[in-house]
Design a protein around this ligand. Structure first.
Ligand code: ADP
Ligand code: MG
Length: 232
């Protein structure tokens, strides 16, 4: 599905991502954990074409997307929910979801069905302005917007940030549901234990480099990973 080979990227002349190779297989949920500032968000933006690749290669569905524009990457079947500013607060739920489909209008109706299947909570609120909704609901709108074109791969940057423990559980259940409906997911999370517990595999990123990788279960049991990244 997705394969990064020795990816190097950054904003200024300093490299933030320093040669990272990771993979997401078909039907997988893969989580990237790691300390603040380790480059997790930068890596996601690099995959989605928002930060320029300096060297290395990104393959998506057997196609080289290393230098593709973001709209082309979306067309190729990828969705992305940024960590912040991922909804338009002054627009309604429906308008937000429409924005997600603006490059392929003809697929909106079908996508809307899918989004309401996963988030029935949004159905009766479709004309409500998103800025007036709870944090949990806004998050659902953000994820829904990225799902509207029914991507093969969804990138989620810190989906549970700012949510109460209860809403966090709800959101992670939705992530599993999205996966079961046929979407692969690459998730970045502060809430490492929770994210790994619903993932197939995981990676630990530190200062722009891959430090650990493996089956999620194995990472959760790894003494060093536990001590360094999972709070003991
Ligand atoms: N827009 C930006 N311009 C310059 N440097 C940035 C920008 N965004 C992030 N950085 C830097 O890149 C590094 C990695 O940040 P980030 O990818 O956000 O880490 P994480 O998501 O793991 O917390 C940090 O040192 C951060 O200061
Ligand atoms: Mg981040």
């Amino acid at each position: 599905m997705l394969k990064l080979i020795d990816v190097v990227s950054g904003y200024t002349d300093v490299d933030i991502i320093k040669g990272v190779s990771i993979e997401v297989g078909k039907d997988e949920i893969v989580t990237i954990i790691g300390p603040n500032g380790s480059g997790k968000s930068t890596l996601m933006k690099t995959i989605f074409g928002l930060v320029k690749l300096r060297s290395g290669k990104i393959m998506f569905r057997d196609k080289d997307i290393s230098r593709l524009r973001t709209d082309r990457i979306v067309q190729a079947g990828m969705g992305y929910v940024p960590q912040e500013r991922n909804v338009f607060p002054s627009l309604t739920v429906l308008e937000n979801l429409e924005m997600g489909a603006f490059i392929q209008r003809d697929r909106f109706e079908e996508g809307l069905e899918e989004v309401f299947t996963i988030f029935p909570e949004l159905k009766n609120k479709r004309t409500q302005k998103v800025g007036t909704m709870s944090g949990g609901e806004q998050k659902m709108v953000a994820v829904g917007r990225a799902l509207i074109l029914m991507p093969a791969l969804l990138l989620l940057d810190e989906p549970s940030s700012g949510l109460s423990p209860k809403l966090r559980d709800v959101l992670f259940n939705k992530i599993v549901e999205i996966n079961e409906l046929g979407t692969s997911l690459l998730v970045v999370e502060q809430n490492a234990k929770m994210a790994l517990s619903v993932s197939h595999r995981g990676y630990v990123l530190e200062t722009g480099k891959k430090r650990f990788e493996g089956e999620a279960k194995r990472l959760l049991e790894n003494e060093e990973v536990k001590r360094l990244y999972l709070g003991g």
